[in-house]
Design a protein around this ligand. Structure first.
Ligand code: GLU
Length: 298
């Protein structure tokens, strides 16, 4: 593969719970891809939503990754330390007229004229643009939204190829600063991927639906768009994404070899049966390097 810039990948968990079988797959895919490209692999803890944070989860994730033999490069970046950077990006968008205050409650959005307009897969509401030209008289700003338009946003997944999305149809103007004053994931992830020089985002397919929003923000902020690769997410018995919210069990580092093999098999690369994490990672990297995950779709 020809690339001019050195590869920088990352794993960016939200500390809403411990590392579980699903997040291990995302961590592994990004780590193997970075190793196969002889690149750097960064760790970023997306702790920008204290109400959703589980006490001790950040430390537990970092510890579990270390015990499983993941070696991250450089310092861990904590989003909780990055308020000034998100604010600066937000103010640039504001100065350029791309954001506006919104008074709508969730219920009002749900009850609005476009009631029923939802994203096909996630079921998220499409914002109907109620406050786009100003808030109704006497109402207070709750959230801040970024404007989207009807121009199709095309982006490429290394494996799945190009997709095109019209954000006005799929999400509408979306929130950058929430009613509780917290920064939205979409803003923080774009600011930090650029700040950390990330060239390749490898993550779970549940975030594929977010990518067009992120590309939109990158363009408005004049930031580079990384390459993207989305890998399948692990589902539970009810067909739901395995997640901390649905109580997925923590990976037990004492049974690390087994957990690593299970994740690798989920990625379609079989099991290694290695005696040590180092032996596991050497063999797993070799398998990833010659797998379809490394070949470009057209
Ligand atoms: N923090 C997000 C999560 O845990 C992942 C962000 C990303 O990879 O872009 O789901």
């Amino acid at each position: 593969m020809n690339r001019r810039e050195p590869y920088v990948g990352r794993f960016a968990p939200s500390p809403t719970g411990p590392l579980h079988a699903g997040s291990l797959v995302a961590a592994m895919a990004s780590y193997l891809d970075a190793r196969a490209h002889r690149g750097r692999w960064l760790l970023r803890i997306e702790d920008l939503d204290p109400p959703r944070e589980a006490p001790g989860a950040s430390a537990a994730i970092v510890d579990a990754l270390a015990r499983l033999g993941f070696g991250h490069d450089g310092e861990i970046l904590y989003q909780s330390t990055r308020d000034a950077a998100y604010r600066a990006a937000f103010e640039r968008l504001q100065a350029a007229g791309h954001v506006y205050p919104c008074a709508c409650t969730r219920r009002e959005v749900a009850d609005s004229a476009l009631h029923g307009a939802r994203r096909p897969r996630s079921g998220e509401l499409v914002y109907p643009g109620t406050c786009r030209h100003g808030m109704p008289a006497g109402r207070q700003a709750r959230a801040w939204r970024v404007r989207v338009d009807a121009a199709p946003i095309a982006w490429r997944d290394r494996h799945a190829g190009t997709s095109t999305e019209r954000l006005d149809e799929t999400v509408g103007d979306f929130v950058l600063r929430r009613a509780d004053g917290l920064w939205a994931y979409q803003l923080a992830v774009v600011v930090d991927d650029a700040y950390q020089g990330v060239t390749d985002v490898v993550r779970g397919a549940d975030l594929r639906d977010s990518t067009a929003r992120q590309v939109h923000l990158q363009r408005l902020l004049g930031l580079p768009t990384p390459r993207y690769l989305h890998v399948p997410v692990v589902l539970d018995a009810h067909g739901e994404k395995l997640s901390k919210q649905t109580g997925a069990a923590a990976v037990d580092p004492r049974r690390g070899a087994q957990a690593l093999d299970t994740a690798l098999a989920f990625l379609g690369l079989g099991q290694v049966g290695a005696a040590t994490p180092n032996a596991f990672w050497a063999e797993a990297t070799a398998r990833w390097a010659s797998s379809p995950w490394m070949s470009e779709s057209s």
